[in-house]
Design a protein around this ligand. Structure first.
Ligand SMILES: *Cc1c(COP(=O)(O)O)cnc(C)c1O
Length: 462
């Protein structure tokens, strides 16, 4: 089968996905073999697709923008020491939003000065962790955070460099739960009185240094326009602040580039985005007579989504008059996005549409619902998938699961989180072990007083 190589965020499958006599393979590893070895469900990440996407961002911005630039990986999309380290090795900084993500980035060996600490409600403990580690930037979301940061930095005699998160008042056309740049968003500081006050407080804060502005408009965005609008808002503010002797040395236009989850999705390529943004900021600075700030982007999904897939074991086929379903051994616990956002996914039988391991066709294609194993009616991974009957023993691969699946996974129904492997050149490396029942029980405590010294009266007797 011919491999169609498009840039990774426009393809549904990883760049190295191929179909042959052993069914679907990624990174030179047959998915069937991976599940035999590592169990099911299994998250599989294609190294080549991550490398391609990360490099496209770094090189794209570097060639389109004449000033300094940096790509920060928004690690909330997929946070794991192995994955974070791989992406850092490709030249990207890391953005974290919690103490846990910060600890993961540090454990991955990422230098603290390449870490940006985002988060709209950092606790005092998290602020202390960031200060102690010496993170490169704190992304400040609100006025109270300025007070808290100054107080804790002063108490420990440390300095912190600050980017202010601006709410640009831009509508990006994406799901309302992942739209963050509109005026009613809970994120960021609105330009005007609130920003003026924030800047006043910053100037008065001896331990804080103002570095610049960040504007993030949302996620899974299919249009370059909102990024250019954000650049305009940011540069207008930069021009205003330059007049007040508060140079915006860094301009961060956030993340949010969309990826294709189905063949019908057509997001801009990474190259298109970086070219447009680099050019817009360079020209915008020239027009306003501003020096070029360091330009940053914070992609998460567009780096890891397409690289990932999840392989499930089909446990049963169920046919009723109303619908026919494939019941799989995972679901909303390892991928809550369909239940949360009505997210749509594409899937294939691991053995392919032509039947087991490429031999005889295993029946005509028809419409199936792929349902998970959680005790929730909403635990449906794919509402309508066109598939052949795959039989209760076959496996199914859900594509484009690299972002916001593992990172949003839960232990609902006390399901263990699946293992994750990174594949490339025929090699598979475990970056996350499958959780065990011991892991599940490790934090439970059984208070002694719950255990009666003598049998309790029989409450059930009438
Ligand atoms: C979530 C988030 C990102 C990453 O978004 P993607 O859609 O995954 O690229 C970047 N910046 C901020 C501030 C975010 O909240």
């Amino acid at each position: 089968m011919a491999i169609v190589r498009t840039t990774c965020n426009q393809a549904v499958r990883p760049l190295t996905a191929t179909f042959g006599s052993r069914g679907w393979s990624v990174g030179g590893c047959a998915l069937d073999d991976l599940v035999d070895r590592f169990g099911s469900p299994l998250y599989v990440m294609d190294e080549a697709t991550i490398v391609s996407a990360a490099s496209a961002f770094v090189l794209g911005l570097r060639s389109a923008y004449p000033g300094p630039s940096e790509i920060l990986y928004a690690s909330k999309a997929l946070c794991n020491t192995g994955i974070n380290r791989l992406i850092h090795e490709l030249g990207l900084g890391t953005e974290v939003v919690s103490g846990g993500e910060l600890a993961t980035a540090l454990a991955a060996g990422i230098p603290a000065d390449r870490i940006v600490f985002q988060g709209n409600a950092k606790s005092p403990d998290e602020i202390d962790l960031g200060l102690e580690a010496g993170v490169g930037r704190f992304m400040v979301d609100n006025l109270d955070e300025i007070e808290a940061l100054q107080a804790r930095a002063a108490a420990s005699g440390r300095q912190a460099r600050i980017l202010l998160r601006i709410n640009p008042g831009i509508e990006a056309h994406t799901h309302e739960f992942i739209r963050t740049g509109h005026v009613q968003s809970k994120f960021g500081i609105r330009p005007g009185a609130a920003l003026d006050y924030a800047l006043e407080r910053l100037e008065a804060s001896r331990n804080l240094e103002f570095m610049g502005l960040q504007l993030h408009v949302g996620s899974q965005i299919f249009d370059i326009t909102p990024f250019l609008e954000a650049a305009d808002v940011g540069l207008d503010l930069a021009a205003e602040l330059a007049g007040r002797n508060l140079p915006v040395r860094e301009l961060d236009l956030g993340g949010g580039l969309g990826v294709a989850y189905t063949e019908a999705d057509d997001p801009p390529s990474i190259a298109d985005l970086t070219a447009a943004v680099g050019k817009a900021v360079a020209q915008g600075c020239e027009r306003r007579g501003l020096p070029l700030p360091k330009l940053m982007l914070e992609p998460g999904r567009a780096i890891v989504a397409t690289a990932g897939c999840t392989v499930y074991q089909v446990v049963a086929e169920k046919r009723t008059h109303e619908r026919q379903s494939l019941l799989v051994d995972g679901g909303m616990a390892d991928n809550p996005r369909p239940a949360l956002y009505d997210a749509v996914y594409s899937c294939d039988p691991v053995a392919g549409r032509m039947g087991n391991r490429g031999d005889a066709p295993s029946g005509a294609e028809s419409t199936w619902t792929v349902a998970g194993k959680a005790c929730e009616e909403g635990d449906v991974l794919v509402k309508e998938a066109t598939l052949p009957s795959v039989g209760g023993k076959r496996r199914l691969v859900l594509w484009t699961t690299g972002a916001y699946c593992f990172s949003m996974a839960s232990n609902y129904n006390r399901l263990v989180r699946p293992a994750m492997v990174v594949v490339g050149d025929g090699q598979a490396d475990l970056v996350r072990e499958r959780e065990s029942f011991e892991d599940l029980l490790a934090h439970d405590r059984l208070p002694l007083r719950f255990i009666s010294p003598s049998p309790r009266p029989d409450l059930a007797s009438p």
